[in-house]
Design a protein around this ligand. Structure first.
Ligand SMILES: Nc1nc2c(c(=O)[nH]1)N[C@H]1C(S)=C(S)[C@@H](COP(=O)(O)O)O[C@H]1N2
Ligand SMILES: [Mo]
Length: 520
């Protein structure tokens, strides 16, 4: 599918500003939509055409794919998830179970700005809990005046917000880190992402209902917990109870309307897929996915951070000198400053894809990819280089959201919760030139955060965001063949893996030589 490209903007203005006041209207959320198809006029995922000049086709297509996959994949049959229907293209990163997957980046990218639920990243620490809409409840408790418990019907009658938001696992692009030196995490490629619509009740509405209106003594944090017995690991007396996945966020973020934290019960206009937290989960825009608790069972107001096992032992970036042994021995997991919340600037090249061949007869080629940043920060530049970063060319950012809050201003309060999609039309003579060894991508956000040249290894392999480098190999016919750094999951390949093998398994600092392309 071709990306929606809007008529070109003023020459020299690298970014084509595109209006995207995407609005979702639903005719009836309870209606069975399994009969809809792409062409059906009855599709209940209707995007207002005057408000959305770009994403209606994407949204419809994605909405179509959001429907339950017709059958259970045979790989799931002998696992506890033998009732969850999943898209067969998803790349399984941790064997069959638990289910941790990303889509092939080009495939996901082709669906456009709004991702299909079925190709959205899944990160499950354990089996998917079997929860029911009718019986599931969320407890709101802790240091609040009016604790209460709420069921799904009641929750879905409260005021809601609906907006597109990117979910990214902090381990996105981790396989590159693992090539430098093994981290304790599995091999995410560059597609541990998904950009979908979420609908839910603002967390502050529930907190207000419980009598919490501002942060203060006793009410500094909001602990968010999944159900008990989801997972094998826990601490005695931890928040959420035995076997729960839990974390916390600060009360200011939870209460700030412009932070858009929601208790979400719909994704792309449908009730949640089991893999994405059915019936209800937290969405914290601009944050790492790890804080967005799925299967949400409890919201607890506390004066201290969550003491859940996963709050301390997951989602942290420790200094590069700290390995797993030192981290545990010297209690690095419990040093509060190493927690990660907001995403950092990052991005990748989707096209040319790994092993894509560009023939000598091709004169123009359109490179494509995505970029995002955290905390609502806008990606202001997408840049490519063909000379190892000596010079950079400005790519067009063709698809982006209209920010929530302070939209239309250039102020820091405008929130960008989505990825953006960039393109660069390349004169292929540049690629075929013998001097071109690789093509590079980097993004810059409004706070002038750049994707760095080099990675910094960390024991969890998280927030890896160096320049995205694709090697260019000359073909005998004068064309070129592309090689990405790694291939997601267990599949070997990619130039970093080859370098790692040459270096005996440990690259130490990453790139094999000052300024050198070090082509394998
Ligand atoms: N209850 C629960 N919530 C969870 C997790 C989990 O395993 N259990 N994984 C977390 C992590 S690490 C990520 S990246 C996101 C992924 O959300 P997704 O699977 O919908 O993409 O969910 C988070 N919330
Ligand atoms: Mo994650």
């Amino acid at each position: 599918m071709v990306l929606p490209i809007v008529a070109s903007a003023v020459a020299g203005a690298g970014i084509k500003t595109v209006l995207d006041k995407t609005v979702l209207k639903k005719n009836d959320s309870k209606e069975d939509s399994s009969k809809d198809d792409l062409c059906a006029t009855s599709a209940n995922f209707v995007v207002s055409s005057d408000m959305n000049i770009n994403h209606d086709a994407d949204a419809l297509k994605s909405r179509y794919l959001a429907q339950p996959y017709p059958q259970v994949d045979e790989r799931d049959v002998k696992t506890p998830d033998n009732w969850v229907k999943r898209h067969p293209s998803l790349i399984r990163l941790t064997g069959k179970h638990p289910f941790n997957v990303e889509a092939p980046l080009p495939e996901m990218f082709d669906y456009g700005f709004i991702s299909p639920v079925n190709l959205h990243i899944v990160r499950n620490h354990g089996a998917v809990p079997k929860l029911e809409w009718n019986t599931h409840t969320i407890k709101i408790n802790g240091n609040c005046q009016k604790p209460f418990e709420i069921g799904m019907d009641e929750l879905s009658k409260l005021p809601y917000e609906q907006f597109p938001c990117l979910v990214v696992c902090a381990g996105n692009r981790r396989k590159e880190q693992n090539m430098i030196k093994s981290s304790i995490g599995f091999n995410w490629g560059p597609c541990a992402v998904g950009n979908t619509y979420w609908k839910g009740v603002p967390l502050r509405v529930l907190l207000n209902k419980a009598g919490v209106y501002k942060a203060g003594p006793g009410a500094r944090f909001v602990c968010l917990n999944g159900p008990q017995d989801e997972l094998p690991k826990s601490y005695d007396g931890q928040d959420g109870g035995p076997g729960s996945y839990g974390t916390s966020i600060d009360m200011e973020t939870a209460l700030d309307p412009t932070c858009d934290v929601i208790v979400a019960y719909e994704q792309n206009g449908e009730r949640l897929h089991p893999d994405h937290g059915y019936p209800v989960r937290i969405i914290i825009p601009g944050y790492i996915g790890g804080r967005m608790i799925k299967f949400l069972a409890e919201i607890t107001v506390t004066d201290r951070e969550s003491n859940n096992f996963y709050h301390f032992n997951d989602n942290r970036v420790l200094p590069p000198t700290v390995d797993a042994e030192i981290a545990t021995k010297d209690k690095w997991w419990f040093k509060e400053e190493y927690i990660i919340n907001q995403l950092n600037i990052n991005g990748a090249i989707a096209y040319p894809a790994h092993e894509e061949v560009i023939k000598p007869s091709t004169k123009k080629y359109v490179m494509k990819g995505y970029a995002y940043s955290g905390g609502g920060r806008k990606v202001i530049r997408a840049e490519v280089s063909f000379d190892q970063g000596m010079s950079w060319k400005l790519a067009d950012i063709n698809v982006r959201e209209t920010p929530r809050w302070a939209a239309g201003s250039s102020g820091d309060k405008a929130r960008h919760w989505c990825w953006c999609m960039w393109e660069y039309e390349l004169d292929t003579a540049m690629l075929f030139d013998p001097s071109c060894k690789e093509i590079l991508f980097r993004a810059v956000d409004q706070s002038q955060n750049f994707m760095p040249e080099r990675p910094t290894w960390n024991v969890m392999g998280m927030l890896n965001n160096p320049w995205y480098r694709v090697r260019v190999h000359k073909e005998p016919d004068g064309g070129v063949k592309m090689e990405h750094a790694t291939i997601a999951g267990p599949t070997p390949g990619g130039w970093m893996q080859q370098m790692a093998e040459k270096a005996g398994g440990e690259l130490l600092w990453g790139w094999g030589g000052e300024g050198a392309p070090a082509a394998p």
